[in-house]
Ligand binder design. Structure first.
Ligand code: CAA
Length: 258
């Protein structure tokens, strides 16, 4: 039995971390199941992914504290490397990934949401990196991605103090893009995913690559690289379809990912 479910709704794939009894906490098994599901995503037919947690209480309440409790230094290194590898795989997926944060997103849960392109949250969401209070550092990318998402000062404050932030504050510091009543979160996630899926998939994927690669480069190198992403779209059937339709003042045909 897998701790991670997958559902395909047209062009949108929904990944659900499903270990509700432990508030979807991540142990080795859950990480392996998540990796297997991510590896199996059909990139040809999936234009956007949503990641969420099972139940009404938690997105993911962190890495499994029971499993970490007796870890040696070497075991800790391996566990952190595993989580980092899986989350980096998610970050590098070709299609955009939306985290639909439906409750606690603490430690590894906050880090999982940070490996997604976009975070939207339910009103009951709670974000935080409680690791220093447990005697460890964030181990699944928190020290790297929180800084890149909300800035150095705020990330350091939250990581050093272990102060959790509610959805509204998460919105105000740019950690999430939008907050919705809990019962509307998945519908809003689907709406956004379908809107993204309605755009030319090759172009959307090149945008993701350009943004993510550019963030790691100086501006001169990044703007030198941008013509390559632009070039990868020019000449595609989808570009011809959309631009010809514009010139002929009509709606374009559905995009084909070609
Ligand atoms: N690991 C293991 N089990 C967890 C868990 C976690 N991170 N979070 C919750 N659970 C389990 C609880 O042990 C409990 O199990 P039992 O019913 O068997 O006792 C069950 O989930 C329900 O949890 P609570 O009874 O505690 O629920 P609550 O509503 O009273 O509290 C909570 C919810 C505030 C999220 C609380 O569970 C909590 O503080 N959890 C830990 C959060 C945390 O510190 N996460 C960071 C972990 S460190 C990390 O993630 C490191 C990393 O970067 C790799």
């Amino acid at each position: 039995m897998s701790y991670v479910r997958y559902e395909q709704n047209g062009f949108v794939g929904v990944i659900t971390i499903d270990r509700e009894k432990a508030l979807n906490a991540l142990n080795d098994e859950v990480l392996c199941d998540l990796e297997a599901v991510v590896d199996a995503v059909d990139a040809d037919k999936t234009r956007c992914l949503i990641i969420t947690g099972a139940g009404a209480k938690a997105f993911v309440a962190g890495a499994d504290i029971g499993a970490m409790c007796t870890m040696t230094s070497d075991e800790g290194r391996a566990f952190s490397a595993k989580g980092n590898a899986v989350f980096r795989k998610i970050e590098k997926l070709p299609m955009p990934v939306i985290a639909a944060v439906n409750g606690f997103a603490l430690g590894g849960g906050c880090e999982l949401s940070l490996s997604c392109d976009i975070r939207i949250a339910a009103e009951n969401a709670l974000f935080g990196q409680p690791e220093a209070g447990l005697g460890i550092t964030p181990g699944f990318g928190g020290t790297q991605r929180l800084v890149r998402t909300i800035g150095v000062g705020k990330a350091k404050e939250l990581i050093y103090s272990c102060r959790n932030v509610k959805a509204e504050e998460a919105l105000s510091i740019g950690l999430v893009n939008a907050v919705y009543p809990a019962d509307q979160l998945m519908a809003e996630a689907m709406k956004l995913a379908e809107r993204i899926s309605g755009n030319a998939p090759i172009a959307v994927r090149q945008c993701k690559k350009a943004i993510n690669m550019g963030l790691q480069m100086d501006i001169d190198s990044a703007t030198t690289l941008e013509p390559e992403f632009f070039a990868a779209c020019c000449g595609t059937q989808d570009q011809k379809n959309a631009m010809t339709a514009f010139c002929e003042k009509r709606k374009h045909d559905p995009f084909l990912n070609k």
